[in-house]
Design a protein around this ligand. Structure first.
Ligand SMILES: *Cc1c(COP(=O)(O)O)cnc(C)c1O
Length: 408
């Protein structure tokens, strides 16, 4: 159960009906695994990535319900954090989402055919020169990150004799994107640039949203509050996943969660209230027994202490399995932990499977890399990175199984 949340408008951890849902998902996962065992495409790939679309919808609803009347968008940049925007976005749409954030105009154009016409797509990375018309022609809403971008958008609006929608981003303390204080001053002095731009939301982004304890959150909030005194007519979009789990003053009119929708923990050092979305299994491609004092893998970075049974699996760093997990991470077979020995190669990994009775793993067996025994968080932590990077690195070599598709 969550303990960090400071008011009643924040998401609750799983309740009884979620548990039933989880049980249903578990049996679906078993079903998916069973199907995979005789599906030629699954047999032809090095691993099987199972994506639970029901969990995605449940995660969206958990946040959306908790922060109502704040509207909840879905951030689906980077191909929906690597999980397939064409598959994922329609599920959020079915769950009621009408606001979608991507990073690039190209992502917006690819996404558009997959969601309803009443949904809006916003481009976080801003408006690139000479893309203004393409953007406007497709009714895609850019985030304007500078006065230059605002000028370009306003110029097109004037030329077309209409008002064009946009989000206006302010830098409240991250120094990454958005109008600087100086630019904001200039804009406040002469607001005529805003005459033919329909600012749907003023937005800003939390630099430390994953850490409720960070004083940076409050500093950014206070900066936003100060600016809004000068621009009180506008709606506001402020929170990423982490921010939706902070107190209500962070929520404003529209929230932009990403990682939490995909099952990642919205807050570090706190229980994860989200349902897991991905599970990953890898195929055994060879088993062997080697004597003590045998070197394993590139560079001979591991030497066996005793006679050791090794299984080689068909996932490597080219599949996004972090090379930093060389001699460090593990896989699971049932409840048995199987340590990675030697370096993670491009297409394969060697596991010490001595803890399993001889003959348990065979050519074609599947082991778990992400699942009920090893969470996404655990993998990211062992690899010295974040869940975002693990997810977006998973790549396209896996056989993908999408389960609990409400639209199927
Ligand atoms: C990526 C991103 C988000 C989503 O952040 P999460 O931490 O994944 O919830 C929201 N807003 C902006 C501006 C972003 O770049």
């Amino acid at each position: 159960m969550s303990v960090i949340f400071s008011d009643s408008h924040v998401p609750e951890a799983a309740n009884a009906s979620d548990n039933q849902q989880e049980a249903a998902n578990a049996s679906d996962n078993q079903q998916a695994a069973a199907n995979a065992s005789d599906n030629p495409q699954a047999l032809a790939a090095g691993g099987i990535l199972t994506i639970d679309l029901g969990a995605l919808r449940a995660n969206y609803k958990l946040i959306a319900d908790a922060i109502t009347p704040t509207r909840t968008a879905a951030v689906v940049k980077a191909d929906a954090y690597g999980l397939g925007a064409d598959k994922v976005a329609p599920q959020f749409y079915a769950a009621g989402c009408r606001d979608f954030f991507v990073a690039h105009l190209s992502e917006a154009l690819n996404l558009q055919p997959h969601i309803g016409k009443d949904a809006t797509i916003y481009i976080l990375n801003g408006l690139q020169p000479q893309t203004e018309k393409l953007c406007a022609d497709h009714n895609i809403v850019p985030v304007l990150n500078s006065l230059e971008q605002l000028q370009n958008w306003a110029a097109l609006a004037k030329a077309q004799n209409r008002s064009l929608p946009a989000l206006l981003q302010l830098d409240t303390g991250m120094s990454r994107l958005g109008l600087s204080e100086q630019e904001l001053k200039e804009l406040l002095a002469d607001q005529s640039l805003l005459d033919c731009v329909d600012v749907k939301f003023i937005i800003s982004h939390l630099a430390s949203g994953d850490n409720v304890q960070s004083p940076q959150n409050k500093a950014q909030l206070e900066r936003m509050q100060a600016v809004l005194k000068l621009l009180p007519q506008y709606a506001v979009a402020f929170s990423n996943s982490g921010g939706t789990f902070m107190e209500r003053s962070y929520h404003y009119d529209l929230a932009r969660p990403g990682i939490a929708l995909y099952g990642g923990a919205p807050q570090e050092n706190a229980p994860n209230p989200m349902q897991p979305v991905v599970s990953l299994q890898a195929r055994v491609i060879q088993c062997r027994s080697v004597p003590a004092k045998t070197l394993v893998g590139y560079g001979g970075s591991y030497e066996t202490q005793t006679e050791t049974r090794i299984a080689t699996i068909a996932v490597g760093y080219a599949d996004g399995w972090p090379r930093h997990l060389s001699n460090k991470g593990c896989a699971y077979y049932g409840d048995v932990r199987l340590p990675i020995i030697g370096r993670v190669s491009m297409d394969s990994i060697t596991l010490d499977v001595s803890a399993l009775p001889e003959g348990t793993l065979k050519l074609g067996s599947l082991v778990e890399l992400i699942g009920s025994h090893q969470t996404l968080e655990q993998v990211a932590q062992d690899a010295g990175t974040i869940t975002y990077e693990v997810l977006t690195s998973l790549g396209n070599r896996y056989h993908r199984i999408y389960i609990n598709d409400i639209l199927a």
